[in-house]
Design a protein around this ligand. Structure first.
Ligand code: OGA
Ligand code: NI
Length: 266
């Protein structure tokens, strides 16, 4: 049975032993395409705070959320979509969500030129904490992403900054808040249907509800929820960059039986 390795990245973050972490990540990327990282240096209180703020936001009345709907985000691809508003392979997902990216003003040259995925975020009036918390979280996850990219670069036999210098001096970062309500009769069974991620690397925080499943050689396995970890997975771009040595593995999210789950992929 395939299992998703849990990797202590403390030695990578403090620079004590980059090679050992790089070797573990390399093996995980090749064998499973998924790994969880612990001792990642991101304040767990920040993750919990963003999780709580996300719950608060999703609990706001619909007309308020409509004001920052994705239609207002244009090609920057920002804003809110309602329950069942996003499809995977043509079928509606049992989730609602909110897209963010790096905060760029309309005066930024890339935004002025209409470059897709670049632009200002759409912020809600309430909760007011959402804006500073998302921006702090984006910043923390960008740092972690840069460190993990160094380890991936080393694991591939390149210099520590080779991948980062080539692709991520100005990374495109996509942060989503997802809210998965409990299933109801007749609703879609999956919060997200089976898919692979299209980016380079995804770092996902999930609350303690559970439901994330990965497709291994022996079938579907659940990744046990751990709010002190980030679940990382290879996206199609890194799969392609490595000519398939690293695998962008299929995964999906089972909708919760009760309660509501929040996850934050970056
Ligand atoms: C995704 C994804 C899983 C989750 O956004 O690509 O797989 O737990 N999310 O939200
Ligand atoms: Ni995914």
């Amino acid at each position: 049975m395939v299992s998703v390795p849990v990797i202590d990245v403390g030695p990578l973050i403090d620079g004590r032993d980059v090679d050992d972490v790089a070797q573990r990540i390399d093996q995980a990327c090749h064998e499973v395409g998924f790994f969880s990282v612990v001792n990642h240096g991101v304040d767990p209180a920040l993750c919990a705070r963003l999780g709580r703020t996300a719950h608060e936001f999703f609990g706001r009345p619909e007309p308020e959320k409509e004001r920052i709907a994705m239609v207002h985000g244009g090609t920057a691809w920002r804003g809110w979509f309602p329950l069942h508003g996003e499809l995977t392979s043509g079928a509606p997902d049992h989730k609602e969500g909110y897209y963010f990216g790096r905060e760029l003003s309309s005066a930024d040259a890339r935004v002025a030129a209409g470059l897709p995925l670049h632009g200002p975020n759409l912020w809600p009036a309430s909760p007011p904490d959402l804006r500073p918390t998302v921006l702090e979280y984006l910043n923390a996850l960008e740092q972690l992403g840069q460190r993990l990219t160094q380890a991936i670069s080393v694991g591939l036999g390149l210099g520590p900054s080779t991948l980062g210098d080539r692709w991520f001096t100005d990374p495109v970062i996509l942060l989503r808040l997802f809210h998965y309500p409990a299933t109801t009769v007749g609703a879609p069974a999956y919060g997200v249907g089976e898919h692979t991620d299209y980016g380079f690397l995804t770092m996902l925080w999930q609350d303690d509800t559970g439901g994330l499943e990965v497709h291994g050689p022996d079938g579907w396995v659940e990744i046990p929820p751990d709010p002190s970890a980030f679940v990382c997975n290879i996206g199609d771009m890194l799969d392609r960059l490595t000519a398939g040595k690293y695998r962008s593995t299929a995964h999906r999210v089972r909708a919760p039986e009760s309660g509501a789950r929040v996850s934050i992929p970056v």
